[in-house]
Design a protein. Sequence first.
Length: 122
Amino acid sequence: MEMMMEYLRAFAVGGALCAVGQVLIDYTRLTPARILVGYVVSGVILGALGWYQPLIDFAGSGASVPLTGFGCLLAGGVQKAVAEQGLMGVLTGGLTASAGGITAAIFFSLLAGLIFRPGDKA
């Protein structure tokens, strides 16, 4: 039963984040690129303030997988690197913390590009 609740919390929070993005696309003049950047920046800000981690603890992947979770990961990586390396950590911390995710995104994008052939949509 606990696992089912974990799935429901992840679905509810992740779905809410996606629904907000869809409302922004449908009812504002914001472009999808600006909305995505806004999600990452809001994740950085909420992560730096320590307000996003409780949401991740509550919703698990429902909060850590969306772009806001990526922003929180960047903020946490920078905070950790600055504590360990000083000011140089500002430049290296975010990339170090997110290197696995960035590598996976590049690899799977390459794999999809090799398997599928793009075509014009009619």
